[in-house]
Design a protein. Structure first.
Lengths: 223, 223, 251
């Protein structure tokens, strides 16, 4: 009698291998999120600066990111740069570079939006109470900016995590690729593919869903 | 840049663009429909169905399209569900897009004052009439930017169809790249092709949003 | 005369807090009942329950000889017979005045458009808004919006009209232009239940005054009796809160 396909997940170290692949995905995502947050702050402040060139530069950057499928950008970095600049980047480095390029612009735009969203009379009524500029920032403006920004930034993080699935396309051995290797080994088991892909689907959900829920809660509480 | 190579392969890209656009638009249309249905099920608190809609939205928003497509295309046939690549493309994109569209519609409906719904009820409109004449027109005006952003997002996501062995823009480019080695030209054309497709969508979005803003509904909230 | 509305001992609470604790009320054809009371006494909730916008916890509401409380399926048919105007006007902002007026009669009542349109033009003239059919709601003043809202309700030819603090959001100088329309309608024999804070208006328009406090009817009577010789201490206190003592008198 043949085993059910689901059992192959628990044969040997298959499940650990999948988790290992997931960690590759998450590592790329976490580094990207960290870098995007740091560069994004600069990006957001640049967008609000009075310098027209800096603003235009950011605008173009943001439009590129908005218009180009991430897969195209990834190919551009991985295959294109290798050719144009004779730069041989590893898949993981290319992925982090490209996702950070994307994440910086998106995060910067969120920061810009949060900074400009606070109504002017908030500053004015704080000033009318006799607060110093520093106090106005500390007690009135920054708390409101953070409340607006944080849920959106967390949502962006789940988007970054989901997008890391793409690195499979440039031959990084992440969770999807590991899954396919397992399927390859167990080709005699006809429904192995079903269970492996289903598991990968669930793994992504298990990672992203709690983060989305957190963002939703924060948004509701701070709305 | 080898312009003769580019000229020679324009027809390939046209074919790829046709696939991208065709299935992208099918997906967008189905997503709008599914999103609207899910949103209304939740807005009117239809028992059971609203829970199913809510669960589906969470699943679709927290998993990558790439994984969804692999599951549909390579996983399901192993348990007897065989779908063509085209069907997988439209189903996958709709599964993803429906959830995003539902969220866009929801934010639009939530922005419509609750008293508008009551005012519609008070002149004896049925639920369907109330949606059609009172709630939806106002919700659409608010949701338009998010809906258009989703359209652009979904058309970009069609780049994943290449894993279904469909000859969309991405796959056309990838095939040319691996066979000819003219990476720079191939990627250049790919970028131009996506720009030509997405720029008009973006311009239409800007135009519609501006018109809606001018037709702004004004001071409803004087209370 | 026929009784149009019978409210029998209705109770309603929100999250365990009682808002209506056993209210009964009959309204006869052509009668104008004004409901007054301190804020939070449940007067708006009473109107909203009559129209089915809130579900009652117990009791019965009858429209002529039909039980209308507790229905869900065809509530829109009942609402076609009861008009309601809110404090926040709630014109549909994406439609011009005429489309606002036509929506109910044409879509809900399936009346021919031309017929309703002619009637709407006449009604607009009557409330002093002649020729404003093409205007968008946002271009109108609050008083104008509220008059349009009244016309919108009247074009449904309701058997009963509910007015929920319709002047509460208006600038003082616009209050009378709206209330004069209501007094005009009362003169035509329109049956109405009105919640208001305008005591002079209440006295002028009411056939009967209902004083509500903490979710129950404390006192009711003719306006002459209620405003000039209130029977209960509660009502006396409430009416006194509308008069001010000047600085000179105090010292």
């Amino acid at each position: 009698m043949q085993d059910l396909g689901i059992s192959i997940l628990f044969k040997g170290i298959n499940f650990q291998r999948l988790l290992g692949g997931l960690w590759v995905t998450l590592r790329i995502a976490l580094i990207t999120i960290g870098l995007s947050a740091a560069f994004g702050l600069l990006f957001g402040l640049l967008m609000l600066s009075k310098n027209k060139i800096a603003k235009g530069f950011c605008r173009v950057w943001l439009e590129i990111v908005r218009f180009m499928p991430q897969l195209v950008l990834l190919y551009l970095v991985y295959f294109g740069f290798a050719r144009i600049f004779s730069l041989d980047l590893s898949g993981e480095t290319s992925a982090i570079a490209m996702f950070t390029f994307w994440g910086t612009a998106e995060m910067g735009d969120l920061i810009r939006g949060a900074l400009t969203s606070i109504p002017r009379h908030q500053r004015e009524s704080a000033a009318a109470l006799g607060l110093t500029p520093a106090q106005i920032y500390l007690h009135v403006l920054i708390p409101q900016t953070v409340r607006r920004l944080l849920p959106q930034a967390i949502n962006l993080s789940t988007r970054i995590i989901k997008t890391t699935a793409l690195v499979k396309m440039i031959n990084v051995t992440e969770v999807l690729k590991v899954g396919q290797q397992i399927i390859g080994q167990f080709y005699r088991q006809p429904d192995a593919a079903f269970w492996v892909y289903f598991t990968v689907f669930l793994l992504y959900f298990i990672v992203c869903w709690p983060i989305s829920v957190l963002a939703g809660r924060l948004e509701k509480r701070w709305a | 840049m080898d312009w003769s190579f580019i000229g020679e392969h324009v027809p390939d890209y046209l074919g790829g663009a046709a696939v991208t656009l065709r299935f992208g638009l099918y997906g967008v249309a189905c997503s709008l429909l599914l999103g609207l249905v899910c949103c209304l099920l939740r807005y009117f608190r239809v028992p059971v169905l609203r829970r199913i809609a809510g669960g589906y939205i969470e699943l679709a928003r927290n998993t990558p399209l790439l994984v969804q497509l692999f599951f549909l295309y390579a996983g399901l046939p192993r348990v007897g569900v065989r779908l063509s690549a085209e069907a997988c493309a439209v189903i996958g994109l709709t599964f993803l897009g429906g959830a995003y569209m539902a969220e866009a519609f929801r934010s639009g409906l939530e922005a419509v004052d609750k008293s508008q719904r009551e005012a519609g009820e008070c002149i004896g409109l049925t639920r369907a009439q109330n949606i059609r004449y009172v709630l939806l027109p106002q919700a659409l005006a608010t949701a338009a930017p998010a809906l258009f952003a989703n359209v652009i997002f979904l058309i970009k996501e069609t780049s994943m169809f290449s894993v279904l062995a469909m000859m969309d823009l991405m796959n056309v480019a990838d095939t040319l790249r691996t066979s000819g080695g003219r990476t720079v030209e191939v990627l250049f054309m790919l970028i131009v092709a996506y720009l030509i497709i997405l720029l008009p969508v973006s311009l239409i979005a800007t135009w519609v949003e501006r018109r809606l803003r001018y037709a702004g509904f004004g001071d409803q909230h004087t209370v | 005369m026929d009784t149009i509305l019978r409210v029998r001992d209705i109770k309603k609470s929100f999250d365990g807090t009682g808002v209506l604790s056993g209210v009964s009320l009959d309204i006869r054809e052509g009668e104008v009942v004004v409901i007054i009371g301190p804020s939070g006494c449940g007067k708006s909730t009473l109107l909203r329950c009559i129209n089915g916008l809130e579900q009652i916890d117990s009791g019965e509401i009858w429209l002529r000889d039909e039980l209308i409380s507790g229905r869900k399926k065809d509530m829109h048919l009942i609402r076609q017979r009861i008009g309601m105007v809110f404090q926040s006007y709630d014109l549909f902002p994406h439609m011009n005045v005429m489309d606002n007026l036509l929506l109910g009669p044409v879509k809900a009542l399936k009346k021919p458009k031309e017929e309703v349109e002619a009637e709407a033009v006449a009604m607009l003239r009557r409330v002093g808004l002649e020729g404003r059919g093409q205007a968008l709601p946002r271009t109108l003043s609050g008083g104008q919006k509220q008059r349009v809202a009244l016309v919108r309700a009247m074009l449904m030819h309701p058997e009963l009209l509910l007015l929920d603090e319709i002047t509460a959001a208006l600038d003082p100088e616009m209050v009378s232009e709206v209330l004069n329309v209501v007094i005009d309608l009362a003169g035509d024999g329109m049956t109405m239940a009105i919640v208001t804070h305008e005591m002079r208006f209440a006295e002028a328009v009411a056939d009967r005054v209902l004083f509500l406090e903490q979710g129950s009817v404390v006192e009711q009577g003719t306006p002459e009796q209620f405003f000039h010789d209130p029977q209960t201490d509660r009502a006396k206190q409430f009416l006194q809160s509308f008069t001010y003592t000047s600085k000179r008198e105090r010292s």
